[in-house]
Design a protein around this ligand. Structure first.
Ligand SMILES: Cc1ncc(CO)c(N)n1
Length: 214
C-alpha cells in the first residue's frame, strides 16, 4: 500500500530537492560555510529549538493516547536537556551574543509563527505533519553531509547530532505516526496536510537562506 508520507514527498519533490541542494547545505558539505553564517544560524536555530519545544508540548496535549505522549515527552526531554544545553555552551564558547543579531527577519518570523500558529490552532495530525516536514528533511541532508569533513568542530557536532540513530528514529517515528493518522482522514483532510507540508518546506528554505546576511 502506498504510504501517505511518501505521497507528500512525491508531491513536493521540487521543494525537497531545493532544500537538499540549498546553499547552506552545500556550503557545509563542501566545508566552506563562513563562520559568520554559522554563528548567525546558531542564533536563529537556538530560538527555533525553543519553538520546537512549544510545538511538541502542544503535540503532547493533543495526542490521542499515552503511547504517543510517552514518545513525544522523550523528544521534549532531548530538546530541553541535550539541545538547549548544547546551544548555551556553544554560543558562549563562540562568543555569540543573541542580542547582536536581528530578531525580526521576515523569513525567520514566518517559519516560527507559521509553525507555532498551526500547532496552537491545528489538529494532532497537523502537528505531526509539521514536525515530519522539518525532521525528515533535516535528517536526510545531515546524513549526506556527515559523510564529508566539517573542520569547525561545533558545526561537525551539529551535523552529527542530526545524522545519528537517535534523531533518525525520531524522524522515522513522525513518518510512521503520520501514516497511522492518515488512515482515518478524508481525501480533503489529506489534501490539506499535503498543502501544509509544502508550506513547511518553503518556510524551511527561506529560514536557511536568512542565515546569509547578503
Ligand atoms: C530549522 C530546522 N528545521 C528542522 C530541524 C530538525 O529538527 C531543525 N533542527 N531546525
Amino acid at each position: 500500500m502506498a504510504l501517505f508520507s511518501d505521497r507528500l514527498l512525491r508531491e513536493h519533490q521540487g521543494a525537497w530537492q531545493a532544500m537538499q541542494q540549498h546553499r547552506f547545505v552545500c556550503d557545509i558539505e563542501q566545508d566552506r560555510l563562513p563562520a559568520a553564517v554559522f554563528n548567525r544560524y546558531l542564533v536563529f536555530e537556538g530560538n527555533f529549538v525553543a519553538t520546537a519545544i512549544a510545538i511538541f508540548a502542544l503535540g503532547v496535549s493533543k495526542a490521542p493516547d499515552i503511547r504517543q505522549q510517552r514518545w513525544l515527552i522523550g523528544v521534549l526531554n532531548a530538546l530541553v536537556d541535550t539541545q538547549i544545553a548544547w546551544f548555551e555552551q556553544v554560543l558562549a564558547q563562540r562568543q555569540v551574543v543573541s542580542a547582536d543579531y536581528p530578531d525580526d527577519l521576515p523569513a525567520v518570523r514566518r517559519f516560527r509563527d507559521g509553525m507555532l500558529q498551526v500547532a496552537q490552532q491545528g489538529s494532532y495530525a497537523e502537528i505531526i505533519t509539521l514536525m515530519f516536514g522539518a525532521e525528515w528533511m533535516y535528517y536526510h541532508w545531515c546524513a549526506r553531509v556527515a559523510k564529508q569533513t566539517q573542520s569547525d568542530a561545533d558545526l561537525r557536532r551539529w551535523v552529527e547530532m542530526h545524522a545519528e540513530q537517535e534523531f533518525h528514529q525520531q524522524a522515522r517515528w513522525l513518518k510512521d505516526e503520520l501514516d497511522r493518522c492518515a488512515q482515518t482522514l478524508s481525501a480533503e483532510e489529506k489534501m490539506a496536510l499535503s498543502t501544509l507540508y509544502g508550506k513547511v518546506l518553503k518556510w524551511e528554505i527561506d529560514f536557511h537562506t536568512a542565515a546569509y546576511a547578503d
